[in-house]
Design a protein around this ligand. Structure first.
Ligand code: PRT
Ligand code: ZN
Length: 287
């Protein structure tokens, strides 16, 4: 057996770490959780984890110290390192936004003219300002960006927003969403064929986990004369499994549906006389 392993950089501690570990667990990759030092080798998959600060991940991946990494797309774009985004992971969603003190008038990017804007994302901010042809100054600070206007350090800020409550509690209002972000899996461009093959195996697992997250396996009992109507309501992957029940004129239906579709159709299913509806989470789903 080949001894090649792939190295995955993940955030040591912070907003990405828990979800990154969850994803690895859901991929059935086992590793020691007690020894989260700098690195850990998985027990049942050729992968080693490197625990790093998120800001360093694009560079480590670009340099090939790590082969792949999980990091916010905002950091990937800001750092401008030559890495490939291989998969969007759907967690740690946020946006990079411009915010100004709440009593300040704002009618568009031209109102930023001559302002000093505090940010930890100067590259993305300057791109935005250049696109809109607005001369303004990026004042680079590494943390607590939201307090900059109130202490007179800047006129506006450009920072990550998730719920918006940090802006609100600092008397700021969001006026432009510059960039939407989520966690992404990045890879070094020059992976060897062996490592590429391991990455494909990992992506197969990640995609199966992600696909499954939005779907539910549902089982229900329906009067036989309503089975066609029930099937018409439920756009499953393929046609549902229909099996007769021990009592006459009733059948059990099993199918896989998108969770949104399920919630949209539940009342209609009940109106059709469907009973005993069971909804079961799906662990993995393959295309
Ligand atoms: O120590 P290390 O350098 O590794 O971590 P860090 O402190 O630099 O990053 P961390 O853990 O805070 O964030 C990691 C990534 O999570 C970011 O790069 C984003 O991709 C993503 N993410 C998602 C967020 C948020 N949501 C978020 N809300 N990153 C930061 N915030 C901060 C934001 O800076 C602001 O201070 O939360 C505040 C705003 O949140 P709301 O909910 O009040 O709007
Ligand atoms: Zn960081």
């Amino acid at each position: 057996m080949s001894s090649t392993i792939i190295r995955l950089a993940i955030q040591k501690s912070g907003r990405l770490s828990e979800k990154s570990h969850e994803l690895i667990d859901e991929c059935d990759i086992h590793y020691s959780k007690s020894s989260r030092g700098l690195r850990t080798l998985a027990a049942n998959f050729p992968i080693e984890f490197l625990y790093l600060r998120d800001d360093d991940i694009p560079e480590y991946v670009a340099d090939g110290v790590a082969d792949i990494g999980i990091v916010g797309e905002n950091v990937v774009v800001e750092k401008q390192k030559p890495v490939e985004i291989r998969e969007r992971l759907g967690f740690s969603k946020c946006r990079l936004s411009l915010a100004v003190p709440k009593d300040r008038n704002y009618n568009g990017p031209q109102d930023l003219h001559g302002m000093s804007i505090a940010t930890s994302y100067p590259v993305i901010l300057r791109q935005f300002l250049a696109q809109h042809n607005v001369p303004a100054k990026a004042h680079v600070i590494s943390g607590s960006v939201e307090i900059a206007p109130s202490i007179g350090l800047a006129d506006a800020i450009c920072d990550i927003v998730s719920t918006g409550s940090t802006l609100l509690s600092n008397g700021l209002k969001e006026v432009e969403q510059i960039f939407k972000s989520e966690a992404v899996l990045i890879a070094t461009p020059g992976l060897t064929n062996e490592k590429r093959a391991i990455l494909e195996k990992l992506l197969l697992r990640i995609r199966a986990v992600q696909r499954a997250q939005n779907y539910r396996y549902i089982m229900m009992n329906s009067p036989n004369d309503r089975v066609d109507d029930v099937i018409a309501l439920l756009p499953g992957l393929k046609s549902p499994t229909v099996v007769p029940l021990a009592i006459s004129n009733w059948s059990a239906l099993h199918t896989v549906v998108n969770e949104d579709v399920f919630w949209e159709t539940i009342e209609k299913l009940k109106e059709l006389g469907v009973e005993g509806i069971l909804v079961i989470p799906i662990e993995k789903m393959f295309a």
